[in-house]
Design a binder for this molecule. Structure first.
Ligand code: ZN
Length: 367
């Protein structure tokens, strides 16, 4: 189901508005983080209000956009500052490492699905460069945490109908798979080996790929512990359950959340309901977050080792998110097991003062 007709959408908006008017959300002391993703919210500061006064107490910046000046502004506001860190989507690095382009089952370079270029997860030089960048980021800036982003296979999943090619069947991945698992593959072409990997050896292949991606997270954790141990390690990740899209989060994207939980402090699922075809069903947000809590054993209780802070969509991408829906989205995004929530994304909100005000009203109501 990609989208509904305007009539149904209109009714859903009216229903959501009525429900909200009848029962405005009150304080939610379990919600520690009321965040903004995607830039310094200068428009709020320009309005003469402090961020805390406005209701915001945390900001996520892209790691490439962090400067001492921006850190100083946010520290002056007394908010927590987190960085987003691109792991496997630095497409520009393919200029230096052309053999890091993911290979498809036919043995050829897999074209970037919808333009989303991923990277082969076993390319050692690419990986070393990302690890060094991660370390430098933590050395240079007194961050409260770093969130991994794009930590999944070559895919375009951030849409209602995902595009998930099978990769990576490069010689290096095939060799590493055989060495790590002891599996014997048929001698022959890449296509013959890929056929075996996607059929008789499928379980071992899926397990191995998940383990490769999890091992990156292990290394990020070890760097963080050695460099800035008080910082949190978070991850922005696909919000599907184990069964959604026929298990594609694990089978195709190689995101094993349970295994990554050994290293990650905060899980930030990305239930972008407008983008993913659920604009008429904002409850989808809390259903997905609820599922994640059950899966990871997180209840949203004080002192838990793992926390869930969803990033929810209030800016327009895919189906537009109506202004009236902003408080509804934040209501669903801030229900337990969530103990924090942030809005996606400041870039799309800058020119939408009514939406910014709606975010602030809700944040002040739940604090
Ligand atoms: Zn590969």
């Amino acid at each position: 189901m990609k989208r509904v007709g305007p009539g149904t959408l209109g009714l859903a908006m009216v229903a959501a508005g009525v429900a909200l008017a009848a029962e405005p959300p009150g304080p939610r002391p379990h919600v520690a983080i009321r965040g903004i993703y995607g830039g310094v919210p200068q428009e709020i500061l320009d309005s003469g209000r402090g961020l805390q006064e406005f209701g915001v107490n945390a900001v996520w910046l892209g790691s490439g956009s962090i400067t001492p000046e921006r850190m100083a502004v946010l520290r002056g506001e007394g908010v927590r500052v987190f960085a987003e860190f691109n792991t496997l989507h630095v497409a520009g690095d393919l200029k230096d490492y052309p053999d890091a382009a993911p290979i498809g089952p036919d043995g050829r370079v897999s074209p970037p699905p919808d333009g989303w270029q991923g990277i082969c997860p076993t390319h050692e030089a690419y990986r070393a460069r990302r690890m060094n960048a991660f370390r430098r980021l933590l050395q240079e800036f007194a961050l409260d945490g770093v969130w991994l982003d794009y930590h999944h296979s070559h895919a375009s999943w951030e849409q209602a109908v995902p595009n998930l090619p099978d990769t990576c069947f490069c010689d290096r991945c095939l060799r590493r798979f055989r060495e790590d698992t002891g599996t014997k593959l048929p001698e022959g072409s890449t296509a013959e080996m890929a056929t075996a990997l996607l059929s008789v050896h499928r379980d071992a292949w899926v397990r191995w790929r998940c383990d490769v991606f999890t091992d990156w997270v292990r290394e990020f954790r070890s760097i963080l512990d050695a460099t800035r141990p008080a910082a949190l390690l978070g991850t922005f990740h696909n919000p599907w359950s184990d069964d959604d899209h026929e298990g594609a989060r694990i089978d195709k994207l190689a995101i094993d959340l349970e295994a990554q939980a050994a290293y990650v402090d905060v899980f930030s699922p990305m239930p972008y309901h407008g983008r993913f075809g659920h604009v008429d069903d904002p409850e989808w947000i809390s259903r997905q977050v609820s599922w994640l809590g059950r899966r990871l054993g997180v209840e949203g209780a004080p002192g838990e080792r793992h926390r869930i802070w969803p990033i929810v969509q209030v800016s327009d991408w895919g189906d537009p998110v109506p202004l009236e829906q902003v408080p509804v989205v934040l209501d669903h995004g801030s229900r337990r097991p969530a103990t924090g929530v942030m809005v996606f994304a400041w870039g799309g909100l800058r020119k939408k003062p009514e939406k910014i005000e709606a975010v602030g009203r809700l944040y002040r109501a739940i604090r």
